[in-house]
Design a protein around this ligand. Structure first.
Ligand code: NAD
Length: 275
């Protein structure tokens, strides 16, 4: 199966190309990055510090959209929004890892998924997706008797906060408890905040050094607390999952899916594409 990588010169892009080469079911058919990059025209193999692969870094997705069965996009929201329309016009499937998409950009994804198959997940690691399931169970059992906080840490280059994964964790818990995250989320605290309202879900963000990604959801009652934690130590965990999603997506004619669908974990509240 032919895979194209968008944002190929980026931190995730290079590892996604490695993961594509390592998967026996996939071959690297295209690599795209931003126009004006000094790396355009360079062989994809050289980007990864390997020998030549015969795939050169392109700067125009429209020109190569037909070269792959599925494209994997880990870039920035504005680029992803445009790539969705290009893939829709070309009838090409798309796996999206970019985080920080606005509500309007997410609505456009749903719209495009009427015609093409799209997988959109804030986190492609298998462990995080298992955590989404564990969070559902924890929220069901602990209910409204606990204070819930989501704490996340990432490297200093990350440009959005809280992370897409932290927000999804909050959404899974809020949905399970019948709350609307837009209404009950509290982002950071400062000054005279007053006492904590048990109906709120708090988010705290740490940005430091080279932390690949850490998430903890804390359920605290009087006398005990439960913490569900995931720690990523290598970006390869996301890349492997995204390539697995691409292979799965190749069998889907159209629709909006997430990693819960890919892993067969989709339940009532965990699957983004179900809402
Ligand atoms: P990065 O800045 O290292 O790479 C982004 C790449 O996209 C760069 O090479 C940049 O030149 C390229 N780009 C920008 N505009 C483009 C355009 N118009 N066309 C083509 N390429 C373009 O960032 P990163 O650390 O690789 O992260 C990329 C995205 O992936 C972020 O949104 C991050 O939050 C997300 N991410 C998601 C997961 C997940 O599992 N879903 C995991 C890690 C990172």
């Amino acid at each position: 199966m032919k895979v194209g990588i968008i944002g190929a010169a980026g931190r995730m892009g290079r590892i996604l190309m490695e993961a594509t080469l390592a998967n026996p079911d996939t071959e690297l058919a295209a690599a795209v990055d931003v126009p004006g990059s000094s790396l355009i025209g360079v062989d994809a193999g050289e980007l990864m510090g390997q020998g030549r692969l015969g795939v050169t870094l392109a700067d125009n997705l429209e020109q190569v959209a037909g070269d792959a069965d599925v494209f994997i996009d880990f870039t920035v929201p504005e680029a992803t929004a445009r790539n969705v329309e290009i893939c829709r016009a070309a009838g090409t499937r798309l796996v999206i890892g970019t985080t920080g998409l606005s509500a309007d950009q997410q609505a456009a994804l749903r719209d495009a998924a009427e015609e093409i198959a799209i997988c959109f997940a804030p986190n492609y690691s298998i462990g995080v997706n298992l955590c989404f399931k564990l969070l559902e169970t924890a929220a069901q059992v602990l209910g409204d008797d606990v204070d819930i906080e989501v704490i996340e840490a990432h490297h200093r280059h990350k440009i959005d906060a809280p992370s897409g994964t932290a927000l999804r964790m909050g959404e899974v818990v809020a949905q399970t408890l019948g709350r609307d995250l837009d209404q009950c989320a509290v982002y950071g605290r400062e000054g005279r905040t007053g006492e904590r309202d048990r109906q709120t879900i708090g988010f705290e963000t740490i940005r430091a050094g080279d932390i690949v990604g850490e998430h903890t959801v804390l359920f605290a009652a009087d006398g005990e607390r439960v913490e569900i934690t995931h720690k990523a130590s290598s970006r390869m965990s996301f890349a492997r999952g995204a390539v697995r999603a691409a292979v799965w997506l190749a069998e889907q004619p159209k629709g909006l899916f997430d990693m819960q669908d890919v892993l067969g974990l989709a339940g009532e509240s965990a699957g983004w594409g179900k809402r």
